[in-house]
Design a protein around this ligand. Structure first.
Ligand code: HEM
Ligand code: HEM
Length: 339
């Protein structure tokens, strides 16, 4: 059952081809997909090269990308915090607090859309979002390009990697190429699937069974543990001003309060949980899910399967143990020397 192909296995549609044919070759990067993950989708117009990934890594860590030089991507998606952060919602420039929890960048390369509401299609499209978000990096795209263009070494690196100068498109491509190296697999679960019967504890094996038989896997579909579909779990819906979620993207009432199913890989390392960071611990998040979500008029009926399974407190504990088996190996990256 867990071998069912997930939508993530379809290579992502590539962004419209730009004037990239003139780009220099660079050193092809040899993708090593960890055990348990499907082939990595790479857009045709953004091939991975060693030089591009290096550039993307610099940009990822460079605070000069924000308006006042105070935050970088790594501020909110910190490699030392499993490429996420441990606060419910992020603090951006001038200490401004947003309303959503920063998802991990780990395995984002497989998602069929980006952001909790899926408003960006690809990593390339996503990357410019935070730069111009007034609460996150508070810059303008033009301002950011101007800053980078004024740093001779960046100018040179962009020229070398893309054959053109610093452009928003190239900025996004370099960062996306770097993000595609941030993968996690080879977890105890993956080793178990590969035949190592001892890779999971007894509690984890029981938890896996509950996960499969209670409907969790219908939405948190292996191997990425997400179908990347959108549902309303009732989380945050009883607040005074609930986040309208997917509705802001589609305009449809039926999408009110729906959020993209998060991948559960590395989930034990990315507390707090949910789109608003409202569950402080994995135990709490599992309790909400095991109850089939929180009642509200928009709750998705897909949660009924879980509700009908009547998961016991013992089974919840096993589920938590099982989810810990989805923590594998991911890159530990040090901030690079910046130009
Ligand atoms: C979402 C990367 C800067 C906070 C995301 C996602 C990616 C990403 C790939 C989508 C993940 C997913 O949907 O699973 C980046 C990059 C950045 C950057 C490359 C630098 C250019 C920041 C900063 C902050 C931040 C500085 C905090 C101030 C968030 C939040 C979300 C998010 C809160 C979820 C927003 C939503 O769903 O509406 N980021 N990020 N990010 N990031 Fe960042
Ligand atoms: C969120 C586990 C069933 C859809 C989560 C999270 C966990 C989890 C740990 C938090 C992840 C994070 O924030 O990074 C489980 C378990 C399930 C289950 C153990 C079975 C008992 C389901 C089902 C669906 C679903 C059946 C689809 C109908 C979602 C959605 C979220 C989520 C949409 C994000 C909700 C929000 O932030 O508003 N799940 N899940 N889950 N799950 Fe599940």
């Amino acid at each position: 059952k867990e071998e069912a192909p997930s939508p993530a296995e379809k290579p992502a549609e590539s962004a419209p081809a730009g004037a990239q044919s003139a780009a220099p070759q660079g050193t092809p990067y040899e993708v090593k997909v960890p055990l348990g993950l499907p082939p990595l989708p790479i857009p045709e117009d953004n091939p991975m090269t060693v030089e591009k990934i290096e550039l993307g890594k610099m940009l990822y860590f460079d605070k000069r990308v924000s308006a006042d030089g105070s935050v970088s991507c790594a501020t909110c998606h910190d490699p030392n915090m499993a490429w996420a952060e441990h606060t419910p919602t992020s603090k951006g420039i001038h200490g401004q607090v947003g309303t959503r929890n920063a998802p991990t960048v780990i395995n984002a390369a497989y998602a069929t859309s980006q952001f909790w509401d899926g408003r960006a299609k690809t990593l390339e499209e996503q990357a410019l979002g935070p730069v111009a978000n007034p609460i996150e990096m508070g810059h303008t795209i033009e301002g950011m390009v101007q800053t980078l263009d004024g740093i001779p070494q960046y100018k040179e690196l962009f020229q070398k990697v893309f054959g053109t100068g610093v452009t928003p498109e190239n900025f996004a491509k370099a960062i996306a190429a770097f993000e595609r190296t941030v993968l996690s697999g080879n977890s105890p679960y993956d080793r178990y699937r590969a035949g190592d019967q001892n890779a999971l504890t007894e509690a984890q094996k029981r938890g896996l069974k509950v996960f499969e038989e209670s409907g969790c896997a219908d939405c948190h579909t292996p191997p990425l543990f997400s179908s990347y579909e959108f549902y309303n779990a009732g989380v945050g819906m009883n607040k005074e001003k609930p986040d309208e979620g997917r509705k802001a993207v589609t305009g449809k009432d039926e999408d009110f309060g729906k959020f993209r199913v998060p991948s559960l890989r590395e989930v034990a390392n990315t507390a707090p949980y949910f789109h608003d960071g409202s569950a402080a611990t994995l135990e709490e998040a599992v309790a909400v899910m095991a109850a089939g979500g929180i009642d509200n008029p928009h709750r998705s009926e897909e949660f009924d399967t879980v509700r009908e399974a009547k998961i016991t407190p013992e089974q919840q504990k096993d589920l938590v143990e099982f989810l810990k088996a989805l923590s594998g190996e991911f890159p530990k990256v040090e901030p690079p020397q910046l130009p």
